[in-house]
Write a protein that binds this ligand. Sequence first.
Ligand code: ATP
Ligand code: MG
Length: 436
Amino acid sequence: MRLSRYFLPTLKENPAEAQIASHRLMLRAGMIRQGAAGIYSWLPMGLKVLKNIEQIVREEQDAAGAQELLMPTIQSADLWVESGRYDDYGKEMLRIEDRHGRQMLYGPTNEELITDIFRKEVRSYRDLPKNLYHIQWKFRDEIRPRFGVMRGREFLMKDAYSFDLTAEAGKASYNAMFVAYLRTFARLGLKAIPMRADTGPIGGDLSHEFIVLADTGESEVFFDKAFDALDPMIEVDEGADLQPIVDAWTSHYAATDEIHDAENCPVDSAELITGRGIEVGHIFFFGDKYSKPMNAVVQGPEGETTPVQMGSYGVGVSRLVGAIIEACHDENGIVWPESVAPFKVGLLNLRTKDDECTAACDKMYADLKAAGIDVLYDDTNDGAGAKFANMDLIGLPWQLAVGPRGLKNGVVELKNRKTGERVELAPEEAVAKLSA
Ligand code: ATP
Ligand code: MG
């Protein structure tokens, strides 16, 4: 992509409304614009990052055996009356009346709708287990939307729902999601710690929140430093029992301020790390909480009918964009992990007026594209200083600077955004290095 043609409205100044780094940087880097409180448009570069995150979440869900579908954003209130949650959900739910006077709502979550789909189609235990997920916009009329996409009113969530015959099988489904979440957050360049959680309005008795450490996080967290030694990139063999892995992760103490009790904390204070964190995922096993009132039953092996055992598993996809920036930035801007970066490399033409320099840049641009590398080519007439500052702000993993002086010696400069390390290379070597 040529920067001269790209819709990337960056800001030089810090916007006054932004209190935390990720919100400030997303506005400055031209990723989002606010439409109404807690409701954002995703501009091209922001959308690219959102899609990259979505794709990693999707790949790990698929690998864990979940199947993608897509449910609508607007739901009928009837199902929520049936489950008993229509009144409980309160003011966070955006309620809508259609032209025929029917009560509708913009879905804040999808337990009811997926349970309805399931009960109409699945009759026998032979069709179990099933795990169905979608990646869809949600609306919650948060009392205090803030921090940009971190606590929005409209936000993108991946939500999966598992269906099993027995509680034991349901726990195995829960474990599969637990491990998929560890892998997902690791691939996104994040260190996420699973913490035992309150189950809140979703209900049930087994639940973990996945929390990313960041000073601006909304919750205070306490965890054993033993987590440092655990590797989240777990290789899963099909059908393997994941309980030992889940046990290894849950045997160490980790809790948010909601349940932490300093008096009775089992971890020695020397081993206990205290910090702040951002909730990026939340998983629940809640048994028959919805299947019972909504009569989602299957016939078991002895011919008896039983309500299915369910779990639900959320990832805050749009919140993750902010969470990754909170974890990955410096005083000059964003530092994207390669796995989610909007472009892999920024190509800077330091002297557009110089024909030789421009010809060399055009060639590198074509070569990089031919090598399948996603490149943002700064072919504008801005000065070199402004170009470097802009590239640092938008945080692409690599910067390739091309100027007349280097070209005279046959070299260009490749900079790693994260380490700041610079090397001079021949243009072909730079392309080869980036393709490797
Ligand atoms: P929170 O305690 O932050 O309000 P929650 O417990 O209400 O979260 P869940 O219902 O478990 O959230 O939703 C699953 C995930 O969706 C959360 O882990 C979070 O990452 C994300 N999420 C929830 N509310 C918002 C929001 N208002 N804006 C952006 N992401 C959100
Ligand atoms: Mg909430």
